[in-house]
Design a protein around this ligand. Structure first.
Ligand code: NI
Length: 169
């Protein structure tokens, strides 16, 4: 097991478009274990491989209170979205300390492989639906702050760069 380092916005690597996972093999299964450990350690509810600089379509999620219901989505594809949307406050492990509103579908159905390579459809609503959409955006190279106004986004960018500079001192 290993903790992985998480890329921080505005790292340009966060805008890489991920490729499909070719095979759910031992390497991918180890990556799943390490990503779950990293997500729990960082107290996040979701982590996309993009955020740890691996550009393959792989997501781990746990929205349970008890932090004991890990969900692994490999090669996720959106197969249905609800006609209704809502504005929800989001944060991201790659943009620490920043929370802002993003409009998402109320519910989505996603087709994906699990950590054993089995295909299934996840029917998500509530927080899980928000999290799935947020993480799938990461795989397309999209960070949630890109939904905000250019003014807000630039403020966040400046703040992040300053925080990273102070941290590296
Ligand atoms: Ni995120």
């Amino acid at each position: 097991m290993a903790l992985l380092s998480i890329l921080c916005y505005p790292d340009p690597k966060l805008h890489t478009v991920a490729k499909p996972v070719a095979a759910v093999d031992a390497r991918i299964q180890q990556l799943v274990v390490d990503m779950l450990e990293t997500m729990y350690d960082a107290k996040g509810i979701g982590l996309a491989a993009t955020q740890i600089d691996v550009h393959e379509r792989l997501i781990v999620i746990d929205v349970s209170e008890e932090r004991n219901q890990p969900l692994v989505l490999i090669n996720p594809e959106l197969v249905w979205s609800s006609p209704t949307t809502h504005l929800n406050e989001e944060g991201c492990l790659s943009v620490p300390g920043i929370y802002d509103g993003v409009t998402r579908f109320d519910a989505v159905h996603v087709n994906a492989l699990d950590e054993n390579g089995n295909n299934r459809v996840i029917e998500a609503d509530g927080l899980l639906a928000v999290c799935v959409q947020h993480e799938m955006d990461h795989l397309l190279g999209k960070v949630f702050v890109e939904y905000l106004s250019p003014l807000k986004r630039n403020r966040i960018k400046t703040k992040m760069i300053k925080a990273q500079r102070e941290e590296s001192r």
